[in-house]
Ligand binder design. Structure first.
Ligand code: FEO
Length: 176
């Protein structure tokens, strides 16, 4: 069954939101590089890569269901971050907004009796639990660290270990 227009529109908006998320995290990553926090820069860079796979998962779904592509312009992001805490707090707030957007698409899909979309969205509902937990955990650690240079050094070192895995693919493989 061809995708419903309202659902298609909501998903196309979400493609935009996911690319905006990638932009937001890339900007934060660049700011961390500027602060010489290479581990945080790495974590945020990987996060940006993940966001692009989210956008592509939505994109592929719309096309598979016979929808077209009408994408609005991607908004610019701020570049004047002062501290990592400010960034990760904003990241957590942003993820909460993304969760609300995804829940809204679930509501639209169910109202339109589009169960295929509702089923696809389950993946994103689960993913958002992790997305919120990841950013809030780092923000909480930064609050604990407060002004400790050693603490910041250790956390930055931990975050350098993150590697990109495309979790939108069954076995974490390449884009299909
Ligand atoms: Fe794609 Fe961070 O949500």
């Amino acid at each position: 069954m061809k995708i419903n227009k309202k659902v298609e529109e909501a998903i196309n908006k979400q493609v935009n939101a996911e690319f905006y998320s990638a932009y937001l995290y890339l900007g934060m990553s660049a700011s961390c590089t500027g602060m010489n926090l290479k581990g945080m820069a790495n974590w945020l860079y990987v996060q940006a890569q993940e966001e692009m796979t989210h956008a592509m998962k939505f994109y592929r779904f719309v096309l598979e269901r016979g929808g077209g592509s009408k994408f609005p312009a991607i908004e610019g992001v701020r570049a004047d971050w002062k501290t990592p805490l400010e960034m990760f707090t904003a990241a957590y707030e942003h993820e909460q907004k993304v969760t609300a957007m995804i829940n809204n698409i679930v509501d639209i899909a169910l109202a339109e009796r589009d169960h295929a979309t509702a089923s696809m969205l389950n993946w994103f509902v689960d993913e958002q639990v992790e997305e919120e937990a990841n950013s809030s955990e780092i923000a909480d650690k930064l609050k604990l660290i407060n002004d400790s240079k050693e603490g910041l050094f250790m956390l930055d070192k931990d975050l350098s270990a993150r590697v990109f895995v495309d979790s939108t693919q069954p076995a974490g493989g390449a884009q299909g």
